[in-house]
Design a protein around this ligand. Sequence first.
Ligand SMILES: C[S@@+](CC[C@H](N)C(=O)[O-])C[C@H]1O[C@@H](n2cnc3c(N)ncnc32)[C@H](O)[C@@H]1O
Length: 232
Amino acid sequence: MNIKAVPHQRFEGIYWIILEDGTKRIATRNLTPGRSVYGERLIRIDESEYRIWDPYRSKLAAAILKGMKDLPIRGRSRVLYLGAASGTTASHVSDIVGEKGYVYCIEFSPRSIRDLIDNVCRFRVNMAPILADARFPIKYSTLVGEVDVIYCDIAQPEQASTLADNAGIYLRKGGWIMLAVKARSIDVTKEPSEIYQREINTLKERGFKIAETINLEPYEKDHAMVIAQFEI
Ligand SMILES: C[S@@+](CC[C@H](N)C(=O)[O-])C[C@H]1O[C@@H](n2cnc3c(N)ncnc32)[C@H](O)[C@@H]1O
C-alpha cells in the first residue's frame, strides 16, 4: 500500500499520514525539507515532505489527537511561544503558520536555546529564538510584536499569571491563548486539582473566556490543555 497524506478534516496545515500498514499518524508539512528536529520520521509524497508529529513528545499534538475542537494557530498566525525548549513543538507550529506567519520563541535555558538555534531556527525563516525569562515580558518588547496566539508550556507554578502578563503586552484583542497545565485527576472536568483550578481562575480574572479544556492522557500524564480567548 502506498503512503498517503490527507488534510486534517478541521485544521489547516495539519495532515493525516496513512502509513504502509494502514495506521494513521498526524503530521505537518515540513518547511525545511530534509531536516528533522527530534528524530521524527520524514515522509516525502510528490512535491511535499511531511514530519510525523509525536503526541508523546508534544502536548499540542496530544491535544489535537484528543479531539480539540478549534485550533487557533493557522497559516499566517503570529505566535508567541513561552517555553520553546529545543523546539520540538515550536517547529511544528512553524510548519503550520508557514512563511507568512511568525513564531517568537521565549526560552530561559541557555542550553535549550543553543539547541533551538543550531538545529531549528537557523534553518527556518519564521522563527526568532529569544533567550529571556517569560516572567519579565517587558524585557523583550523590542523583539516581539503583536501576536494572534500565545502558547505557554513553561511548567512553572503561577504560569497562568505569567501568561496573562504576556497577553497584556503582546496579545491582540480577541486573540487566543493555549496553556499546558498540570492537572492531577484523570477527568479534569470532574475533579480538578487545586493547581489546575487556581490557574483557570487566574485566567478568568485576567479577562480570558475559557473555550475548551482537553485532558492529554494517555499521551501526557496528569496534563490538560486549556484554550481561551482574550476578551479585553
Ligand atoms: C515542558 S518544557 C517545554 C517543551 C516544549 N514546549 C515542547 O513541547 O517542545 C518547559 C520549558 O520551559 C522553560 N521555562 C521554564 N520557565 C521559564 C521561564 N520563566 N521563562 C522562559 N522559559 C522557561 C524550561 O527551560 C523548559 O525548556
